[in-house]
Design a protein around this ligand. Structure first.
Ligand code: PMP
Length: 404
């Protein structure tokens, strides 16, 4: 069963205090804490197996390579990909989207062609496309949403034209918590012959995801948001798509043969992995995925759903509370403002009580302008948070409210 005390004991940092108060960590949307199992796997590899991968004939290099490729298999299984050829290691969600935007636009789009994104995207799923718009004259179209923070399927469908070449959207909003109906959105895009990139940064840590069931053409996420290390992430892509895209960066590993006259490229997934990969990071990521798999993604989702429902109910009791994001399907991200208290003041005062929340625009300024605000306070849950912590948050907010 879901033994929260035992789970929390795996995360040493949760036992610390800040300003003499027990830490209440509610900034999991930004990054998650790491269980002992992940940190120990990283230490163990540095101490006992460290050597550069893929190139050495010697024992350690081969062992490090086996570990690295076993991590790729762990990712493949976790997301339900057909083949490890479809699992490209990157630095994270941001690099995955930049890789895709750059190589896809270069090879599949011409000036005037269109990409569809949504109002609720993180900057990392807006700006890479805007860079392509500046360089190649592609056009960015935006799916609107209603006041509850749900995309409008009818408006989405209307955006498609023969110029539409790709759709790129978040599975779960990092501000509103909205869980977008990606399966249906993908079906609509495919009916127009258009592939879809799903930004899974806020979904992979919180719910079971199977890329084949979703029929996503590309799916991206970051290791550090799913209890793994920083600096490593994933770009999943259907093999027939990845095969059609040119390399992103040049360097070692991504080539088959180099001469000054003609260079040929390596096969998938190495074509997209120039240079020494973060092979220690991939080990950490694989252990993190093992960790959440052992708990069960369904159990994690159920635990966080319970916590979110409880938090929403308790937060709504606070006078002056405004919650942004009331979608029918929502995850454990809660953005709010109380009365006219500035989000920064609220965050700073909560911090003094040991409560870590995020404040500001959450890298989603277009969404903030749609909501007509500058920023929010955001509490975001992880697998180790408790109802008691929600109570501390609610009491903290109420205390701040009374000070103003
Ligand atoms: N997309 C979403 C929805 C996110 O929440 C984030 C991180 N806040 C990112 C992309 C970017 O992730 P990273 O900084 O790990 O590349």
């Amino acid at each position: 069963m879901y033994d929260i005390e035992q789970i929390r004991a795996d995360f040493p940092i949760l036992g610390r205090t800040v300003y003499g108060k027990p830490l209440v960590y509610l900034d999991n949307g930004a990054t998650t804490q790491k269980p002992r199992q992940v940190v120990e796997a990283i230490t163990e590899e540095y101490y006992n197996t460290n050597a550069n991968v893929h190139r050495g004939v010697h024992f350690l290099s081969q062992q490090a390579t086996e570990l690295h490729e076993a991590s790729r298999e762990t990712v493949r299984r976790f997301i339900g990909a057909r083949s490890t050829n479809e699992v490209v290691f990157t630095r994270g969600t941001t690099e995955s989207i930049n890789l895709l935007a750059s190589t896809f636009c270069q090879s599949q789009m011409q000036a005037g062609d269109e990409v569809i994104v949504t109002t609720m995207e993180h900057h990392s799923n807006i700006v890479p496309w805007q860079l392509q718009a500046m360089q190649r004259g592609i056009v960015v179209r935006v799916v609107p949403m209603n006041d509850r923070g749900e995309l409008l399927p009818g408006e989405y469908e209307k955006l498609f034209s023969p110029k539409t070449k790709i759709v790129s959207l978040a599975h779960v909003s990092n501000v509103l918590g909205t869980v977008n109906p990606v399966r249906e959105l993908i079906r609509t895009a495919h009916a127009h012959g258009v592939p879809v990139l799903v930004d899974g940064a806020q979904s992979i840590p919180h719910m079971p995801v199977n890329v084949q069931e979703l029929d996503a053409d590309f799916y991206v996420f970051s290791g550090h948001k799913v209890y793994g290390p920083t600096g490593v992430g994933v770009l999943y892509g259907k093999e027939n798509w990845l095969d059609r895209l040119p390399p992103y960066q040049g360097g070692g590993e991504m080539i088959q043969h180099v001469s000054f006259e003609r260079t040929t490229f390596n096969e998938l997934p190495f074509k997209f992995e120039a240079g020494t990969p973060d092979y220690i990071g991939t080990t950490g990521l694989a252990r993190a995925l093992d960790y959440v798999s052992a708990l069960g993604m369904d159990s994690i989702a159920a635990h966080e759903h319970d916590l979110t429902q409880y938090a929403l109910q308790r937060l709504r009791e606070i006078p002056g509370m405004r919650i942004f994001g009331e979608a029918a399907e929502r995850g454990g991200v809660i953005s709010f403002l109380v009365g006219d208290i500035h989000h920064f003041d609220m965050g700073t005062l909560l911090d003094r009580l040991g409560i870590a929340v995020r404040t500001g625009h959450h890298c989603a300024q277009p969404l903030m302008s749609r909501l007509g605000i500058e920023g929010t306070v955001r509490a975001s849950f992880g697998l180790y948070n408790t109802r008691e912590e929600v109570d501390v948050l609610v009491a903290g907010i109420d205390r701040v409210r009374k000070m103003f």
